[in-house]
Design a protein around this ligand. Structure first.
Ligand SMILES: *Cc1c(COP(=O)(O)O)cnc(C)c1O
Length: 339
């Protein structure tokens, strides 16, 4: 099988497993797991943040961040296609009682002017606008990267209006290897950042939430309440640490693979529209649902898996477990599809 459904399907390789099997562990709820502590320090240091918190998933890091930053009734400004709004089970409402102001925007990206317009005046009728949540790269936007200048403008709007700026950085490393922006400088514009170890980096489990000491202290309490206090988690944290130390630069290979798929797909008569490939996600739309299902069926017959997203769209995600040979085979399969 050649599995393009998501970059979460990777399995730990030999070296990563070796690091996991030999991890030193302790009870992390007591703060005594040396490997978890090292992972938290290492990732915080990497982004110039004071502290980090290892969590079971990126959904949890995002949800904890909202819960620490907000009080019930506070409002989040967020993209209508974002993971935090669309794919976290309504957790912003359920866990925190937050309200949302949804914005649209090309490829999942928000604009500073739209954010400024969405801020509600201090009036008893309105929720208090309190936080802006960004996603970089954007998942439903086909792996689009924020322009750094736009992020600086958004951060300025936030500063001037007392808003907290949170980043869902599930694929932040995909953005940073392409843009060569300094990690610490980039992170300095955000109050909190969630990074995923289990997406393109290839670790089996976990995400890290980053922020200042006080924020992470509170986040640790919320993680426990959300049932995310883990014990000898060093076994899985070691995979994350290995991933951070070894698997970032190679994301460029995934991006080249995605571009190669995109270049082939662009030329197919049955492709109606394809989003320009910037990182490891390829999103394209077909004429109708029937075409979509036929393309998926034909690729499945060749052992190629991918995702349906929306009525006429399909998504390929490249990752660590896709080889150059598999990209070549997929290109041949795509070229063979006649509708
Ligand atoms: C995958 C993903 C997450 C977190 O997902 P988990 O499966 O909970 O780790 C968050 N945001 C985006 C944009 C994602 O793609």
């Amino acid at each position: 099988m050649i599995d393009f459904r998501s970059d979460t399907v990777t399995r730990p390789g030999k070296e990563m497993l070796k690091a996991m099997f030999s991890a030193e562990v302790g009870d992390d709820v007591y703060g005594e797991d040396p490997t978890v502590n090292e992972l938290e320090h290492f990732s915080a240091e990497m982004f110039g943040k004071e502290a980090g918190l290892y969590c079971p998933s990126g959904t949890q890091t995002n949800q904890i961040a909202l819960n620490v930053h907000l009080r019930p009734g506070d409002e989040i400004i967020i993209h209508e296609e974002s993971h935090v709004y669309k794919f976290e089970g309504g957790g912003f409402a359920k866990n925190t009682g937050a309200s949302v102001h949804l914005l649209s925007g090309n490829r999942g990206l928000l604009k500073s002017e739209d954010i400024l317009d969405a801020i509600k005046p201090d009036d008893v009728h309105f929720p208090r606008t309190k936080l802006v949540s960004l996603e970089n790269t954007t998942n439903m936007g086909g792996g689009a990267i924020y322009d750094f200048e736009e992020i600086k403008k958004i951060a300025k709007v936030c500063r001037e209006n007392n808003l907290i700026l949170h980043l869902d950085g599930a694929r932040l490393f995909n953005a940073l290897v392409e843009t060569n922006i300094d990690y610490k400088e980039f992170a300095s514009y955000f109050n909190s950042i969630s990074i995923c170890l289990s997406k393109g980096l290839g670790a089996p489990v976990g995400s890290v939430l980053l922020g200042n000491k006080d924020f992470i202290h509170n986040a640790r309490r919320v993680r426990k309440v959300f049932g995310g206090g883990m014990r000898q988690a060093g076994i899985i944290a070691a995979g994350g640490l290995y991933a951070l130390k070894n698997n970032i630069e190679r994301l460029k290979i995934d991006h080249q693979h995605a571009k190669a798929l995109g270049d082939t797909l662009k030329k197919m008569s049955w492709v109606k529209e394809i989003l320009e490939v910037e990182t490891n996600i390829v999103i394209l739309s077909l004429e109708n649902q029937q075409y979509r299902d036929k393309v998926i069926e034909k690729l499945n017959e060749d052992g190629i898996l991918l995702s349906k997203i929306g009525k006429e769209r399909i998504r390929f995600v490249t990752h660590l477990d896709i080889s150059p040979e598999q990209i070549e085979d997929t290109i041949q399969s795509i070229k063979g599809i006649k509708l």
